[in-house]
Design a protein around this ligand. Sequence first.
Ligand code: J2J
Length: 539
Amino acid sequence: MLEGFVNWPDEFAAKYRELGYWRGETLGTMLRTRAEETPDRCAVIDGERAWTYRELEQRSARLAAGLRRLGIARGQRVLVQLPNMAEFLSLCFALFRIGAIPVLALPAHRVTEIVHLTDLSESVAYVVADLHLGFDYRTLARTIRERCPSVRHVLVAGDAQEFTSLGELEAHAPDDQETEPDPSDVALLLLSGGTTGAPKLIPRTHDDYLCNIRLATEAAGFHAQTRYLVSLPIEHNFALGCPGALGCLYAGGTVVLCRDPSPETAFGLIEREAITATALIPPLVLLWLEAVEWSTENLSSLQLLQAGGARLKAETAARVRGTLGCTLQQVYGMAEGLLNFTGINESDSVVFETQGRPMAVHDEVRIVDANDHEVADGEIGELHVRGPYTIRGYYRAEAHNRLAFTSDGFYRSGDLVRRLPSGHLVVEGRSKDVINRGGDKVPVEEIENYLLSHPCIRDVALIGIPDDAMGERTCACIIARDVPPTLAELNTHLRSIGVAAFKLLDRAVVLESFPKTPLGKVNKRELAARIVHPPRSSS
Ligand code: J2J
């Protein structure tokens, strides 16, 4: 078993097997089965390229042989940072086949995040695209090679320059030294959006992630005629497995990859590829609803729009059917596991005003007060969860796990929710220190630490300010040493450290002091209230 992975206790594992949640299948065998059943059906479309199930399977077999020749072996980690492109799928399935473990970084991540993730996972290889949205990932790869001693290989989709191209690796004939992983092995490491401090890695096993994918596929009603547009980054749990690209392949449908989620790009693909389903974060739902007004594309094939990642306003939800002509499904999920869906045929009030119900009967959800005591239905409390596809611990994070999980194995989500008598959940807020910028999670402590390294800053508190389109935006409240820095200077500082663009500041305000709680901590609630409703100045 992978060192640093927290397994389910034996009695839970036995129960989940007995109840049929864990079926002893791997992600690799899942694709192989589909390729045998429907070899000629189209599996993936990326621009002008279309791969059948047979081709996807064969490409991943050849790539697996190439990876094995490089010495990449079962249990080793490989950092994958690819945009939405077909190679993401052939590579991941190649890694699943040999039992190596993809660590899924977002294309938006920059040197600070990638160094942290590489070092934490001791990845032996780093996989990037050559260029994407004007950024040259090979430059980043050079820094990673210098700074991260574990990285022995840089693999590039496209023009590899001095590195190895995926195309070269794929030239190998498939070998027969299959080293099939065990279904209870860790299949992939997802990134957590939900924790305080540095990003954590979430180990998902073949058994548990296939359970996640299968149940999500049922909840979203995917089938062999589904044509799913991957609008969000494919590395994100929502777009990958809820049901996402993997769920679409599980159902025998066709995955269509979209390089960016702007209406200009996505609408054309919806029309051309007769897309039936996609998933978006709330700011993009708003943007698409606006764009429909002036777009000329025919979007009538679209049957299902999933929205999740942050709270969707009921007024926005109510516009989806009339404007986009499709069913809305709210998804309240987390890469740690638990997924909640509103039903495809549920009433408008449920679909507009709730974030759905847990998808598995054996998802154990407790809503608790500050003392971990369950609150009555209808009361707001923190959601704790345990179940067949919810992790029991972050990877290599022993100290943090003691805080993030209860002694009986429930994940403390940090989400404040309310349960309706029907069992539907409503997300009311958050107790963890993360700013949810329209679905992108900004870890507060991490950014505060970077800002504190700026010479002009004496103290800083990063807070979320309510925003109509994004839900919230970031605002750095600063106590300056001497000359107060400007917003542009602070963002230049963050950029020079090398953080993802979605973590840059939206606003900065300079203050003389911070309001404090009775315990002497910064009172962020009070601080946010002062920024949103500043006291009238007396002058
Ligand atoms: C309010 N808050 C939500 C929602 C997630 C599907 C959908 C989303 C994610 C995801 C995911 C929310 N309303 N509908 O993995 O499979 C906030 C909560 C949660 C955190 C998890 C999926 N949907 N959230 O967003 O791991 O605070 O996963 O704990 O990135 O996003 O973030 P992440």
